[in-house]
Design a binder for this molecule. Structure first.
Ligand SMILES: Nc1ncnc2c1ncn2[C@@H]1O[C@H](COP(=O)(O)OP(=O)(O)OP(=O)(O)O)[C@@H](O)[C@H]1O
Length: 960
């Protein structure tokens, strides 16, 4: 049933009094009625409309109450779900029994008034009429049926039988059987005529019996069964059907009769109208006006008639159309039902799909739920952690806040203090500014003083140098160092004579051949270097002297000792390619150049080098002032192997460095000389086993070294060692006057040069005179001196001029005496010099001094011997001396055969102290002569003119 008829029915079914319904229904009476009708319902009597609606909304109660009132009216079969479907069934049944009802939307939307009125109507209706009669009556009225007792009863019974057929839910138990019997019986009683009713009741009874016998159920009650039962029990169904057909025919005939009646009425009415028309036409014929009126009326009637006809046609058409519509609606209904079925199936499938999806979603959601749960757990833990962390942080911040507060307090206090301090500082700064200005002025004054002082820097520097050299002077000009050579690999088995080396220059030598006191001898020097001493250590002590050379002092360093004792090793070094092995020579030169370079801003230096050797009493120039070739010079040195030394130096090597410096500020000139002497080694020819050329060399060497002792730590060299050491000891005891620097101012130098030139001129003239006088004196004195000369020559202790130079008592004299002697020699020289100065020849004096370096001048026998040998060299004699001179010298006893013996005496260390002192004095004189003139010395040519040197020597001797 569509909604619109329901709505219209609801709207139209406003409980009119003809149906016995009340507009206002008491809800309580409805509830009580419902409780009475359905005892299991137990509705609270004071329930509200809403509560009642809750009970009714699923439609079950409504269907049950109607089923109770009119069993079978509502279709209770099927398992349709409660809700709108049940309500629709209820409403359909209400339509069936033609009672006013509500619409579905009323109860769904909570509009309960029509619902209550519907229920109230039902209640009233059934309470008032007793139910069954009223329904029948009502149906009759509803369908406007005539009152035909028998046929109506059959119709109703058929309706209810059909309803019963459609209700298979009836069981076959006794109660159901009673109900069935009563139901059908009563229906039959109510609705069928007495004759038919008797038959129907009989049939129902038999049916009941059959159920009893078969103990069957209502489920078995199909139409065929019933018909069969009816046939078997001779139930005249045909009669019933006949009755039914009769009723239908009756109804159709009644309808036809009704239509006929209507037609008749119409025709009667039409006849009346026609008669009236005729009357009217007659009347019309009477008067025109009347006719006209009548005509118009007739016209009107015709129009009305036409209208009625048209209306009739329309009604017929309407009826036809209604029928067509009904057919169409039936078709539509079936189509809709089919569509509904399809939609239902689709809906079910969709529901299944949805269900599946819902399950999947459920599973997913459960998973998610689990995840969320775990996440939640984790989150809770994290929240806890965060809480604890934030708590601790909060505590920390709180404590920090406290600290900061106290810090801020402290800062503010400090700020206050700082402000105070700043004020104080400002004040102080002002004060300081003032004092600074004062100090600045004061410093300016001081700075001026410093500037002045700086201007005097050079003079201070010079003063410094002067003081330094004074210190060197105070230390003593002659320093003797003793270096002990280590035992060489080939000599390892030999015992050393060196017993003890003291810290302060003490040295003890033991004599293996003697016992007791004499077995040991103690010597004292400036320093003793042990066998382990390095080249650098040896040089360190001599280094300060190198500086002195640059300040205009003369320095002589020479090494002496017996052959193989390490002189060349010390002076030159074993290997010049290694700086470590450099000897004194190289180190000294290196220092010299370095210092001169450092000073080049104040003093400009020129350095000249001369290297000569005295070989077999001949002076040879080894290089021409070429420093770089010094090494070549060394290589060129004459060396030869002896038994005692594989590479024995067979000559005296003298390296002289001349330094010329000019003070750039004052123009003052400095002249200094450095003599580095490596003497040939003394040797005992019996030990060195020298023969031939070597023997001749040895003799020359020994002769030239007669003034010196030997040295060697070897036991076999004991006597030479002692001799050398004694000599050295004596040398170290010599005291000299303070050394002088050869420094000249510019003007002085010019004047000096003029003076020197004049002196030189005078001295030359003087020399000529002197020589002539000397020769004359010699010739005159030869005869008278002959005897004493012979005597002198036999005794080494006498000088050639017949005077004993040193008495035995002199042998005990120490350095002071030597110095005296040396001084006297110097004095002699000075005298001589003065004399020559008087003669105006300073240059000859210089020459004298210079040559003296090469040929020591003394009055000792050895000196004389050397002099003799020197003069006897063919070179010098040939060039400088006359034959007469030579003869004179021979007459004086030089060149005696015993000279070699004397040399061996010296080398044995058997020279008397006085003799040795004499020679030492000469040696010291030459090495430290302060007035030497380097400009002359740098000329090798002049070095090669021994005659020039010999002159003053002879002169000195003559003077003596
Ligand atoms: N301090 C030392 N350390 C090591 N070896 C040394 C030392 N002194 C000398 N010698 C070695 O001793 C040997 C002799 O030395 P050197 O030639 O210097 O003696 P010398 O006194 O010059 O001899 P000569 O007078 O015969 O020329 C050389 O082989 C040298 O290397």
């Amino acid at each position: 049933m569509s909604a619109s008829p329901e709505r219209s029915l609801s709207e139209n079914g406003r409980y009119d009094s003809s149906n016995g319904a009340h507009a206002d229904v008491n809800i309580q009476s409805v509830i009580e009625w419902l409780n009475r009708s359905l005892p299991h319902l137990n509705l609270p009597t004071d329930a509200s409309e809403e509560k009642l609606r809750a009970y009714l909304i699923d439609g079950t109660v409504l269907c049950n109450i109607l089923d109770k009132l009119c069993p079978g009216l509502v279709e209770m079969r099927g398992n349709s779900e409660p809700g709108p479907e049940n309500i629709r069934k209820f409403l359909a049944a209400m339509d069936e029994i033609a009672l006013p009802r509500f619409v579905l939307a009323d109860i769904q939307e909570g509009y309960m008034e029509p619902v209550l009125q519907c229920l109230g109507t039902l209640k009233t209706h059934f309470e008032f009429t007793g139910g069954k009669e009223s329904i029948r009556e009502h149906l009759r009225r509803r369908w406007n049926l005539p009152k035909v007792e028998s046929s109506e009863g059959i119709t109703n019974s058929l309706v209810y039988t059909a309803t019963c057929d459609e209700n298979p839910a009836i069981n076959g138990d006794e109660r159901q059987q009673d109900s069935f019997e009563n139901k059908y019986g009563s229906i039959l009683d109510d609705s069928i005529s007495s004759e038919s009713a008797a038959l129907a009741r009989d049939a129902a009874h038999k049916l009941s019996e059959m159920f009893q016998q078969k103990q069957g159920s209502y489920d078995d009650l199909s139409d065929s069964n019933i018909l069969e039962l009816m046939k078997s029990n001779r139930f005249d169904m045909a009669l019933i059907l006949k009755k039914v057909v009769q009723v239908i025919e009756h109804r159709v005939s009644t309808q036809a009769v009704n239509l006929k009646d209507l037609n008749n009425l119409y025709e009667v009415h039409l006849g009346k109208c026609q008669s009236r028309i005729k009357v009217l036409e007659t009347l019309a014929a009477g008067t025109t006006e009347e006719i006209q009126v009548l005509l118009s009326k007739l016209q009107q009637i015709k129009i009305e008639k036409t209208k009625i006809e048209k209306k009739k046609k329309l009604e017929e058409q309407e009826l036809l159309r209604t029928k067509q519509e009904k057919i169409h609606s039936d078709i539509e209904n079936s189509t809709l039902k089919h569509e509904l079925e399809i939609a239902k199936t689709a809906h079910e499938e969709y529901c299944l799909l949805l269900q599946m999806r819902a399950e999947e979603t459920k599973v997913q959601l459960e998973k998610k739920l689990m995840e969320f749960k775990s996440f939640l757990t984790e989150s809770k833990e994290r929240v806890k952690e965060l809480e604890s962390f934030s708590e601790s942080k909060y505590q920390r911040w709180k404590s920090k806040e406290g600290i900061y507060k106290s810090f801020i307090d402290y800062q503010s206090r400090a700020l206050q203090e700082l402000r105070g301090a700043s004020d104080f500082l400002k004040h102080e700064i002002l004060k300081t500014k003032r004092s600074y200005a004062e100090e600045f002025n004061f410093l300016g004054v001081k700075l001026k003083g410093l500037v002045d002082a700086a201007a005097n820097y050079h003079s201070v520097l010079a003063e410094n140098r002067r003081l330094y050299n004074e210190v060197q002077d105070l230390k003593g000009n002659i320093r003797v160092y003793c270096r002990i050579r280590p035992i060489l690999p080939g000599q390892s088995k030999k015992r050393t004579t060196v017993e003890y080396i003291g810290e302060n220059g003490e040295l003890v030598i033991s004599n293996p051949s003697k016992q007791g006191k004499d077995s040991h001898k103690l010597f004292k020097f400036n320093k003793v270097f042990g066998p382990a001493a390095t080249q650098e250590e040896v040089f360190l002590d001599t280094q300060p002297l190198i500086r002195s050379v640059l300040d205009g002092y003369n320095v002589c360093i020479f090494a002496y000792g017996q052959t193989g004792s390490g002189k060349t090793y010390t002076m030159s070094g074993p290997n010049i390619t290694s700086q470590e092995d450099w000897g004194v020579n190289y180190r000294a030169l290196h220092d010299l150049f370095q210092i001169s370079q450092h000073r080049n801003s104040s003093i400009s230096y020129e350095v000249g080098v001369q290297m000569v050797e005295i070989y077999n009493e001949q002076v040879r120039d080894l290089l021409s002032n070429v420093l770089e070739l010094m090494n070549i010079g060394l290589m060129n040195r004459a060396v030869g192997a002896t038994v005692l030394n594989e590479r024995s130096s067979r000559s005296h090597s003298v390296l002289t460095v001349h330094v010329y410096g000019m003070d750039l500020e004052t123009g003052a000139v400095l002249r200094g000389n450095l003599h580095l002497v490596d003497l040939a080694g003394s040797e005992r020819v019996d030990r060195s086993e020298a023969i031939g050329e070597r023997l001749r060399e040895a003799q020359h060497i020994n002769k030239s070294l007669s003034a010196l002792g030997d040295l060697n730590p070897d036991v076999d060299s004991y006597s030479e060692t002692i001799s050398t050491l004694k000599f050295a000891e004596r040398v170290s005891g010599i005291e000299l006057g303070a050394a002088k620097s050869n420094k000249e101012g510019r003007n002085t130098r010019e004047l000096m040069e003029q003076v020197a030139f004049l002196k030189d001129t005078i001295s030359r003239k003087d020399e000529v005179i002197e020589r002539l006088q000397q020769l004359k004196a010699n010739v005159n004195g030869v005869k008278c001196c002959m005897n004493s000369h012979r005597y002198d020559s036999s005794s080494p202790r006498r000088y050639s001029n017949g005077t004993t130079l040193h008495s035995p008592t002199l042998s005990g004299r120490k350095g002071s005496r030597l110095f005296e002697k040396s001084s006297s020699d110097t004095d002699n020289c000075s005298e001589h010099s003065e004399r020559r100065s008087e003669a105006g020849s300073a240059q000859s004096m210089d020459n004298f001094q210079h040559k003296k370096m090469l040929l020591p001048q003394s009055k000792s026998k050895d000196d004389l011997t050397l002099k003799k040998e020197f003069v006897s060299r063919p070179n010098f004699v040939g060039t400088c001396l006359s034959h007469k001179d030579k003869e004179d010298l021979d007459l004086l006893g030089f060149g005696d055969a015993d000279s070699d013996e004397r040399l061996s005496d010296i080398s044995d260390g058997c020279l008397s102290r006085a003799e040795t002192e004499g020679s030492l004095g000469s040696a010291v004189e030459f090495s430290l002569f302060p007035e030497s003139k380097p400009s002359e010395a740098t000329k090798p040519v002049e070095v090669a003119k021994p005659v020039e040197a010999a002159k003053p020597a002879r002169k000195a001797a003559n003077k003596k």
